[in-house]
Ligand binder design. Structure first.
Ligand SMILES: Cc1cc2nc3c(=O)[nH]c(=O)nc-3n(C[C@H](O)[C@H](O)[C@H](O)COP(=O)(O)OP(=O)(O)OC[C@H]3O[C@@H](n4cnc5c(N)ncnc54)[C@H](O)[C@@H]3O)c2cc1C
Length: 365
């Protein structure tokens, strides 16, 4: 089949990887191939189905668990190895955030002592010895053994290299639009021009770029997230830490070689300015309160992005004749994309009955 994929962010690249095994793929993106304009580039890339279940549906938790099973096979296809970890995560709270911690635990959809357990200082010192020695003691601690994370920028880069080596057609710096189920290309001299019916299927993964072109009444919006990248040679953490915070969950995700991604704020706004002083202070003081070694860390990057979200913050797949649109991954793009890609490939390959189903995910228009 000849398939066009609109948007080479997270979903677009992963779909191209899977579908290029059996189909002829053409990828369009408005950026230069680095993905720097995508939400995927800013993300912390936490894979936390149980922790996220506190504020998400059962279906999201199940898709996240399914995705954690699917990630290793996807990564095996890449030309270069990327940092992927499944060593669990910790949720920590200081005494003053006890109520938030209790509320968080109550809302979790996983099973206690199976998907998560409450731990004490002795167990914390086995898992993260440096945290048990910090001047400020944590009062509430939880271990979620099956959660993971990956390095998003390594992934996006490795996907690009692998796709290029497979000779897929990748049109960079190409803004596209969908009108009457046909692709229009924004030619810098002639404006939008229809490219005609050259494809058997069109898959639209433009994230927030599809804002005005998804199913009527679906109302896509951007949810602002601000994130820091730190280099902290004095900090040794083995796994991501989620710190209870009255306004939004803060993750400290240790990547390779003492690099840390800290984020992210969650603000109902499509403001795409650089992070504010207030947010930077909140994120930095959260880090320092967790581990004093962050005091000497270098701030490598501070940036913001917009998460593509639908009204209920749940993802959706719409089928309209030969066009399939996937969107609304919100703060769960890395958590859910392998399961979303599995669904989309099954639709294309006509074997949807062979993959898990999730209520309300797919809508035929
Ligand atoms: C600060 C922050 C932290 C996050 N942390 C996490 C996390 O820890 N875990 C997690 O699971 N998720 C996280 N996410 C969410 C995740 O990044 C998104 O859900 C995911 O990137 C959505 O994937 P997508 O492919 O739909 O969209 P995107 O990744 O945004 O890709 C869309 C692509 O479409 C292209 N495009 C748009 N319009 C056009 C057009 N008209 N023509 C051509 N190309 C176009 C863009 O250039 C882009 O490359 C985070 C997001 C942010 C912003």
């Amino acid at each position: 089949m000849r398939i066009a994929i609109l948007g080479a962010g997270l979903l677009g690249r992963l779909l191209a990887l899977q579908l290029s095994q059996d189909h002829d793929i053409t990828l369009y993106d408005k950026d230069d191939g680095t993905a720097q304009q995508s939400a995927a580039y800013q993300a912390a890339a936490m894979l936390a189905p149980i922790a996220e279940s506190a504020e998400a549906s059962n279906a999201i938790m199940q898709m996240g668990q399914r995705s954690l099973e699917l990630w290793p096979d996807l990564l095996k296809q890449l030309n270069e190895p990327i940092f992927f970890q499944k060593s669990g995560s910790l949720v920590l709270a200081f005494a003053q955030d006890g109520a938030s911690f209790a509320n968080f635990q109550q809302q979790l959809k996983g099973q206690i002592n199976q998907d998560y357990s409450l731990i004490d200082k002795t167990r914390l010192s086995e898992l993260e010895p440096e945290l048990a020695q910090q001047p400020r003691a944590f009062q509430h601690m939880m271990y979620l053994p099956d959660e993971g994370q990956l390095d998003n920028r390594q992934l996006l880069h490795a996907l690009r290299d692998t796709l290029i080596s497979r000779d897929i057609k990748w049109h960079t710096d190409t803004q596209v639009s969908l009108q009457n189920n046909q692709i229009w290309i924004n030619d810098k001299y002639f404006g939008f021009e229809k490219i005609g019916l050259m494809f058997d299927k069109i898959i639209d993964c433009r994230g927030l770029g599809a804002k005005t072109q998804i199913a009527p009444s679906s109302q896509l919006r951007g949810v602002r997230g601000e994130v820091l990248r730190l280099y902290a040679p004095q900090v040794n953490l083995q796994r991501p830490i989620r710190l209870m915070h009255p306004r939004y969950p803060i993750y400290i995700a240790p990547k390779q070689n003492h690099h840390f991604v800290v984020g992210a704020t969650q603000i109902e706004s499509e403001d795409n300015r650089q992070p504010t002083v207030r947010s930077a202070l909140e994120l930095l003081s959260a880090c320092f309160s967790v581990h004093s070694g962050f005091g000497e860390a270098e701030i490598v990057e501070i940036s913001s992005g917009l998460r593509p979200a639908l009204q209920d913050n749940e993802p959706q797949i719409w089928i309209n004749d030969h066009v399939i649109q996937l969107n609304g991954l919100f703060r769960h793009g890395y958590l859910l994309s392998p399961a979303m890609v599995e669904q989309c490939c099954a639709l294309i390959n006509d074997n949807i009955d062979k993959v898990p189903s999730y209520p309300g995910l797919i809508t035929k228009l």
